[in-house]
Design a protein around this ligand. Structure first.
Ligand SMILES: Nc1nc2c(ncn2[C@@H]2O[C@H](COP(=O)(O)OP(=O)(O)OP(=O)(O)O)[C@@H](O)[C@H]2O)c(=O)[nH]1
Length: 327
């Protein structure tokens, strides 16, 4: 970056600078700008870092500004600054050195205005102050829009990471996130909460006989049985390999058992297709039902449903057992 002139003796006019367009008192402004250096940059040359805040106005050529991630708002976004446009207003107002990385996109000439002169210009020119406010408001709005976009994207990925890829059911991460709240809400409002633990029967054998891909198809079919049979307020989760779980808010013992019975029956009827569209043998599952007891936490609720599930396996599989009721 080498100085080739000062604004006062250059061919450039105040009207060339967007921030000062239509300025009211040209003579005072001209006097303030006269000693400001004009620097020449070659293509790809960086604006030399200054420890002090400065305003840069492009007179010829163009600059690329990559925001620095240290600013918090920034994410390395690159913008192009064209003749008449400026960069560095915010650092002047914050009285902080510019954290952006500024590089010339082609051979360029740049007017450099030190912060103290910018403040004098603000004192002298209402037009400059107004243009500066407008510019900053535009930049804030653009930054807000970008933040909103990023927030939406973050939420999208968060949701994606809560869904099991094979079955489309919620996954364990979702359960860890949501179950404690569901349990606390139910305990707080004395509303019932039922949990059904489901495990496919002899699934190792199914995999061994028909292959892992057919096993995956069976898991998808089982998940579909659950998700298509539930109310919109219920949740189906893939708890582990071939273990699934259904959460039924506001549901009593008896209703939860009836729901589990319905799911058990539909599971036997589910048609699992292999790739050749030839149906595979039936799948069945065992169901353990538990309902939240006063003072119980989510771990105890899961453990109760799990022990009911083991009893269902013990009693011959393809059946429903309630933790406390004799089903
Ligand atoms: N295809 C497939 N199989 C899985 C997946 N996750 C777990 N499994 C299989 O599920 C089987 C579970 O076997 P076990 O826990 O022994 O139980 P089981 O054979 O179902 O027997 P019971 O539960 O006692 O009826 C294992 O063979 C796992 O490999 C998966 O994502 N896809």
């Amino acid at each position: 970056m080498k100085q080739i002139s000062t604004f006062g003796v250059s061919r450039y006019q105040i009207g060339d600078l967007q921030l000062l367009r239509n300025a009211d008192d040209d003579t005072t402004i001209a006097k303030l700008l006269a000693p400001c250096p004009i620097m020449q940059l070659e293509a790809d040359q960086a604006v030399t870092e200054s420890s002090r805040a400065r305003l840069y106005i492009v007179l010829r050529g163009s600059l690329s500004v990559a925001t620095d991630t240290r600013t918090g708002m920034a994410d390395g976004t690159v913008s192009k600054i064209l003749p008449g446009e400026s960069v560095g207003e915010q650092s002047v107002l914050d009285e902080e050195a510019n954290l952006s990385s500024i590089t010339a996109l082609e051979q360029s000439e740049v007017l450099v205005i030190e912060a103290d002169i910018v403040w004098k210009l603000i004192d002298e020119s209402n037009v400059l102050a107004r243009n500066l406010l407008r510019l900053l408001s535009f930049r804030i709005r653009a930054a807000n829009a970008q933040l909103r976009r990023r927030q939406k994207l973050g939420e999208f990925y968060r949701q994606l990471s809560m869904i099991d890829g094979l079955t489309g059911l919620y996954n364990r991460a979702w359960l860890n996130d949501l179950l404690p709240t569901m349990v606390a809400t139910a305990q707080g409002s004395h509303a019932p909460l039922a949990l059904i633990m489901i495990d496919l029967d002899h699934f190792k054998q199914f995999n061994d006989s028909h292959g892992h891909l057919a096993g995956d198809q069976a898991l998808r079919a089982a998940a579909h049985v659950l998700s298509s049979a539930l109310r919109p307020t219920d949740f189906a989760v893939r708890y582990g390999g071939e273990e699934m779980m259904v959460l039924l808010p506001d549901t009593s013992d008896k209703v939860a058992v009836a729901v589990a019975e319905r799911l058990c029956e539909r599971m036997q009827q589910a048609v699992v297709f292999a790739d050749m569209r030839v149906p595979l043998p039936q799948i069945t599952a065992s169901f353990g039902v538990a309902t939240l007891q006063p003072g119980q936490d989510e771990q105890a609720l899961i453990a109760a449903a799990d022990s009911a599930l083991y009893r269902a396996k013990d009693q011959g599989r393809n059946r429903v057992v309630h933790h406390a009721l004799a089903v």
